[in-house]
Design a protein around this ligand. Structure first.
Ligand code: ACM
Ligand code: ZN
Length: 489
């Protein structure tokens, strides 16, 4: 039987398979994968459709799993192709970040999103496990992190903010919140691993950490008269108590999460209290620093050494580039793409999650028809158009691409899913499929069909049928009054 190599778009897959033509008919699977990077070989598969049977070839159980998901998609979309699919990923890190601090969703929600990620061949779930709005992971060495900050007065982040950031205990009447036990997280790690998804934990530092200072005031900056900077959003980088806490917590985190990469945050430290603190002043003097921001570099480098000594590698948001960090650190570009370009030029591996395209807490359609969100318009079409290899970036340092869902304005699981789907399908296709094989019209058709599948499986999705002309156009910004919106799909 003569085999036909099937074109991605004709198949209707999300993500679409890579088209690959073997040099001659009869090319063995081993020969076909030999040209791929080792990490691609692990995920590569070939499916051959005969009249009465299907043959799946892969080098690893992971490759077999990816093939299964393609077959599942085909079945869901009612497709029964002929010929051969030879498929492998474009990028090795295909991720989603969920912010469990601002809004706590719980273990069943996470499992459900892992199931959807597996269907889309995503392979990294990044959990933002702490922020000023609450610490969400059990710690035996610092139990007050959860005992004192995992609950708060105010169901939504903004209710909590309006009430002047009141934390509570689990049994406080009217409190909301929660946290994950280590046992739950170990179970989740195994659940994800069974679907070839790695969970990367993030412990945020030194900014976005008000809750840590609330539970353990010894990590706060200290004024010359001995008073502590209560309520500060940054940890004190001058104080040894800060490192004792962070290292103890990270040790526990590394026991729960086998991920080779550990996220240490690093974004948006206000640095306001550092210039008034006796411990920061002493540290600056010892290190010969002239600017307080050098303290951020000190903290990140010290934590990097600790994490590396435990056999892992850090990821930090792109601010970590500004104050010096070893080349081994992975940089996650979020303030647009420029951080990623700079990081790769300095030899860092990079994960691209620019707010311009990959922040799915941004509006996906007109402000007047959507729940309150932030940012510019990141419509499905605009998100799909994202090319992670920014101009000037070294492709060898592009580890991957990631969607981020910050949840200040997203209190419920249903709302979170509404923001994720179908935009996560666009991200998944960008991560898996070569840029040259992407094509929006075909994608939209596949996405529309898969949205129905997701809905039937109980996911709450954005309604693609009511998408506005502006969102359909793929424009990022509202055009000036009177300027027609181009529609071509
Ligand atoms: C971020 O959005 N602050 C990483
Ligand atoms: Zn300090």
């Amino acid at each position: 039987m003569k085999l036909i190599i099937i074109l991605a778009a004709a198949l209707g897959l999300v993500p679409a398979p890579v088209k690959h033509t073997p040099e001659k008919d009869g090319t063995s699977f081993k020969e076909a994968v030999a040209q791929l990077e080792p990490w691609q070989q692990e995920e590569a598969y070939r499916i051959t459709f005969y009249e009465k049977r299907i043959k799946v070839e892969a080098l690893t159980p992971q490759g077999r799993f990816r093939a299964q998901k393609t077959l599942e998609q085909l079945e869901l979309l009612g497709e029964r192709p002929e010929g051969t699919i030879f498929d492998y990923p474009r990028l090795r890190h295909r991720g989603l970040m969920l912010d469990e601090s601002r809004s706590f969703h719980g273990i069943e929600f996470l499992k459900k999103q892992i199931d959807a990620m597996a269907l889309l061949k995503l392979n990294v779930l990044h959990l933002h496990l702490d922020d000023s709005a609450g610490w969400r992971l059990e710690s035996e060495s610092y139990p007050d992190l959860t005992a004192l900050t995992a609950w708060r007065m105010g169901y939504t982040y903004h209710e909590w903010e309006a009430g002047r950031y009141q934390f509570a205990k689990a049994d406080t009447p009217g409190a909301s919140g929660g946290y994950y036990t280590k046992a739950q997280m170990k179970e989740l790690v195994a659940y994800a691993a069974g679907r070839y998804i790695t969970i990367i934990p993030e412990i945020e530092m030194p900014g976005h950490s008000m809750e840590v200072g609330y539970a353990y005031p010894q990590v706060l900056c200290e004024l010359p008269d001995g008073r502590l900077h209560t309520g500060a959003w940054d940890l004190c980088p001058g104080n040894e108590a800060t490192y004792r806490l962070l290292e103890a917590v990270l040790k526990e985190v590394m026991e729960v999460f086998p991920s080779p990469l550990i996220h240490i945050g690093g974004d948006e430290a206000t640095m306001k209290t550092w210039s008034q603190c006796v411990n920061c002043a002493r540290r600056m003097q010892e290190e010969g620093y002239t600017e307080v921001k050098q303290l951020q570099g000190y903290l990140v480098r010290r934590i990097e050494r600790f994490v590396a000594a435990n056999g892992r590698r850090i990821i930090g948001w792109d601010e970590i580039l500004e104050t010096g960090v070893p080349q081994n650190a992975v940089v996650q570009s979020w303030r647009g793409s420029s951080g990623g370009v700079r990081a790769s030029a300095q030899g860092h591996d990079v994960i691209m999650s620019p707010n311009t395209h990959c922040y799915f807490n941004y509006y996906q359609d007109l402000i007047r028809k959507e729940p309150k969100a932030v940012g510019e318009l990141v419509s499905l079409r605009f998100a799909y158009g994202y090319e992670p290899l920014a101009s000037g970036m070294d492709a060898n340092h592009l580890l991957g691409v990631q969607a981020n869902l910050w949840t200040e304005l997203i209190p419920t699981s249903e709302h979170a899913e509404y923001m994720l789907y179908p935009r996560l399908l666009a991200l998944a296709e960008t991560a898996w499929t070569p840029a040259s094989a992407k094509e929006y019209k075909g994608f939209r058709k596949r996405a529309r069909a898969l949205v129905d599948v997701l809905r039937a499986r109980g996911y709450n999705t954005f309604d693609m049928d009511t998408e506005s002309d502006l969102a359909r156009s793929g424009l990022q910004r509202f055009p000036p009054e009177g300027v027609p919106i181009p529609i071509d799909d």
